[in-house]
Write a protein that binds this ligand. Structure first.
Ligand code: GRF
Length: 221
C-alpha cells in the first residue's frame, strides 16, 4: 500500500457500527489510515451521519435514479474514485456489486460478512446458522469479487452458539467480534502486509494456508 497514510473509502447502507470502529481506531492511533469518503444507497443510513459527524465526505445515491445496477454501480464508484482511495471497505453495504464496477478495484476492495464463510453467504446469516444447528458461528473479512460473499477470505472471528440463542442474541455476539476483526484486518492491509495475488491471500509475501483467526482481539495465523 501507499507510503503515505492509506486512504479508505467506505460503502455502507445502515447503522455504521463497523465504520465507527474504524473511525475510533484511527482517532486513537491504532489504525494508520484516513477515511476519505463514505458512500451508500440509503440517504437515511446512520453510517452517513457518523461520517459527517467526523468531518468526512458522505453521500448516498438513489438506486431508482439509475436505469439499472450497472449504471448505479458506475455512478457509485465514480464517487469512490473521486476520493482516491487505496482501499474500499464494504461495511454493511447491502447491495450486490456487479463485475464491471468491481474489475478496476480487484484486490483493493474488502467486505465484512457475518458468518464463517463459505458457510451462510447472503442474508439472514444468524437465523440460518441457528436453523442449521451449528455449534460455532462468526464473521469473515474477505476480498470482494463478483461472486457474492465468495472472494478470498482474509480473517475470521469465531463465537460459540449458546443454547437458547435467538438471532438477535447471536448477532450481538458476532457484532462484538466484527469490530476488532475489521480493525485488525485493516491494520495489516494498510501496512501492506496482506495482499491478494492470483486469487490467494498473502501475509508478508507468503500465501495464507487458512484465514487469520481473531483471538483475544488479535489476529493470529
Ligand atoms: C454487519 O453485521 C456486517 O457484517 C454486515 O452488515 C452489518 C453491518 O453493521 N455486512 P454496521 O452497519 O457496521 O453496524
Amino acid at each position: 500500500m501507499a507510503e503515505r497514510t492509506p486512504r479508505l473509502a467506505v460503502l455502507a447502507s445502515g447503522r455504521g457500527s463497523n465504520l465507527q470502529a474504524m473511525l475510533d481506531a484511527i482517532a486513537d492511533g491504532r489504525l494508520d489510515a484516513r477515511v476519505a469518503g463514505v458512500f451508500g444507497d440509503r440517504a437515511k443510513a446512520h453510517a452517513l451521519q457518523r461520517a459527517r459527524d467526523a468531518g468526512i465526505e458522505a453521500g448516498a445515491l438513489r438506486p431508482r435514479d439509475y436505469a439499472g445496477r450497472d449504471e448505479f454501480d458506475a455512478a457509485l464508484f465514480a464517487r469512490v474514485a473521486a476520493v482516491q482511495p487505496d482501499l474500499v471497505v464494504c461495511a454493511g453495504y447491502m447491495r450486490l456489486l456487479g463485475a464491471a464496477a468491481l474489475a478496476p478495484w480487484a484486490g483493493r476492495i474488502i467486505n465484512i460478512h457475518p458468518s464463517l464463510l463459505p458457510d451462510f453467504k447472503g442474508l439472514d446469516t444468524h437465523a440460518r446458522a441457528l436453523a442449521a444447528g451449528v455449534a460455532e458461528h462468526g464473521a469473515s473479512v474477505h476480498y470482494v469479487t463478483a461472486d457474492l460473499d465468495g472472494g478470498p477470505v482474509i480473517a475470521q472471528a469465531r463465537v460459540p452458539v449458546h443454547d437458547g440463542d435467538d438471532a438477535e442474541a447471536l448477532a450481538a455476539r458476532v457484532l462484538d467480534t466484527e469490530h476488532p476483526l475489521l480493525v485488525g484486518s485493516l491494520q495489516l492491509l494498510c501496512a501492506g502486509r496482506i495482499t491478494l495475488r492470483d486469487d490467494a491471500v498473502e501475509l508478508d509475501g507468503r500465501p495464507l494456508g487458512a484465514p487469520l483467526q481473531l483471538a483475544a482481539n488479535r489476529l493470529l495465523s
